[in-house]
Design a protein around this ligand. Structure first.
Ligand SMILES: C[S@@+](CC[C@H](N)C(=O)[O-])C[C@H]1O[C@@H](n2cnc3c(N)ncnc32)[C@H](O)[C@@H]1O
Length: 435
């Protein structure tokens, strides 16, 4: 039987409804917990099958009309059909469920979610570009769901409004370039007062292309960069003088400058609240030495240095470290030192000459920080650890080590809604040494 109906009991980590029928598990896109749905079986996997939603027989009270016309096709957002409070509750459930199942830990307190605007929040994005004659020519937008096609976007509800407003003109611009079919990507980076666009091109541009790009830059008040190869090949469009991208963390009197392809937290407003929340949890005071791992260009380091006695920021990328040093100097912050080191390769050995610390702050990539919690933490035993995570499963794995092997308690944890309408779960947790 290809058509089934059943109750949705949960959401997967990527926002699909989980339906159990006759002992079998089906993942159905677009279905929400509490709903009764009819669906068609589409594909069999080892432990589950997937299904296409046909009818919502009984709708959840959390179901809303998706605000974007591209929802369902565009891969940028996965859960627009769930209300904003429903999305936050889902992310919190994901975090707690991972902590309990993988980490065998329950936080003593669950913090108020850190939330912000749910539209226009994306200040960084990588737009795909494809030439598809059958679909009318050049397409600019995000990848389609589960496919490598591009959804051609005339606007995007998640993108910074100024960047979204440029989308129709970007289609037109690329269509008029000589290498319209050899330009796979445009990277967008928005600072507080300027926007940069990095055009990745696989063939040299002509004089005419460059003058079109210069005209676009003037008309749209954007700074244009060209990338002909790897990241080292990025350069400003000839004849232009791009402004420095920057954002401020007003409460900490900090201004962070960055380059268009640097890592910056995607959601400016949520980042500001996250910095405040993380600082309040770590509670640095002038007597404290703080070790900050995976520090990037100094987003947390500089606010930390405003309150702590000394901060040591560690980061793998030499380029980011030099940017972080420049940001410290630009803000007249002298009690911070930045070190370039690979924290997945013997962090205890690498950091031994930097001495002890009272408090530890970490914000690792998706793969987490197992080497840090397993090898470094037992050597330095900080009294407090604040862990910002972009992957609840690695946070849970690392929590298990801290709580069950290293003598910490998970005092609080909460989610940070950095990417509204997507299933991406960002969270922050505070660990305190038991003795
Ligand atoms: C999630 S970002 C956080 C950046 C910074 N905390 C911020 O808020 O902007 C993770 C950072 O870890 C760095 N990183 C990735 N792998 C690393 C490694 N093996 N050792 C040290 N740093 C690494 C990345 O370059 C990136 O800057």
């Amino acid at each position: 039987m290809n058509r089934l109906d059943g109750m949705v009991c949960d959401l997967t980590h990527d926002g699909r409804g989980v339906v159990r029928v006759d002992g079998k598990v089906y993942f159905v896109e677009g279905a929400l917990p509490g709903e009764r749905v009819e669906f068609t079986r589409t594909k069999r996997w080892r432990r589950h099958e997937t299904g296409r939603l046909e009818t919502v027989i009984e709708a959840s009270d959390q179901r809303v009309e998706p605000p974007c016309e591209y929802f369902g096709v565009c891969g940028g957002c996965a859960i627009q059909h769930l209300s904003a409070p429903g999305q936050v509750a889902y992310k919190q459930r994901m975090m707690l469920e991972n902590l309990e199942r993988i980490g065998k830990v329950v936080p003593a307190a669950v913090m108020e979610p850190v939330t912000g605007p749910v539209t226009g929040y994306r200040r960084k994005a990588r737009l795909g570009v494809r030439h598809v004659p059958k679909k009318g020519g050049v397409l600019v937008g995000f990848r389609e769901r589960h496919k490598s096609y591009i959804t051609s976007l005339a606007h995007c509800l998640a993108l910074h409004p100024a960047a979204s407003a440029m989308l129709p003109a970007l289609h037109e611009l690329v269509s008029g370039l000589s290498c319209f079919d050899r330009l796979p990507q445009i990277e967008v980076a928005c600072g507080d007062s300027s926007i940069a666009l990095v055009f990745r091109h696989l063939e040299p541009l002509t004089e005419n292309d460059e003058s079109r790009l210069r005209r676009f830059a003037v008309e749209h008040e954007a700074d244009v960069y060209l990338q002909s190869g790897g990241p080292d090949s990025i350069k400003a469009l000839a004849g232009t003088r791009p402004r420095r991208l920057s954002y401020t963390l007003a409460e900490h009197d900090v201004r962070i400058e960055f380059e268009p392809t640097d890592f910056v937290q995607v959601n400016a407003a949520v980042n500001e609240s996250l910095v405040n929340t993380a600082l309040n949890l770590l509670a640095p005071d002038p007597a404290d030495r703080v070790l900050e791992l995976f520090c990037g260009i100094g987003n947390f380091s500089l606010p930390l240095a405003r309150r702590a006695g000394r901060v040591i920021g560690v980061e793998a990328s030499e380029l980011m470290v030099s940017r972080a040093r420049g940001n410290a100097a630009g803000n007249d912050i002298a009690n911070v030192e930045f070190v370039a080191a690979d924290l997945y390769d013997d962090p205890a050995g690498t950091l031994s000459r930097h001495g002890d610390c009272d408090k530890l702050f970490l914000d690792p990539p998706r793969s987490g920080a197992v080497e840090v919690v397993r090898d470094l933490v037992p050597k330095i035993m900080p009294e407090r650890i604040v862990y910002v995570s972009c992957n609840p499963s690695t946070l849970a794995r690392d929590s298990e080590i801290l709580v069950h092997r290293e003598g910490y308690r998970l005092s609080s944890a909460g989610i940070v809604d950095m990417f509204p309408h997507t299933a991406h779960v960002e969270s922050v947790a505070l660990f305190e040494r038991r003795t």
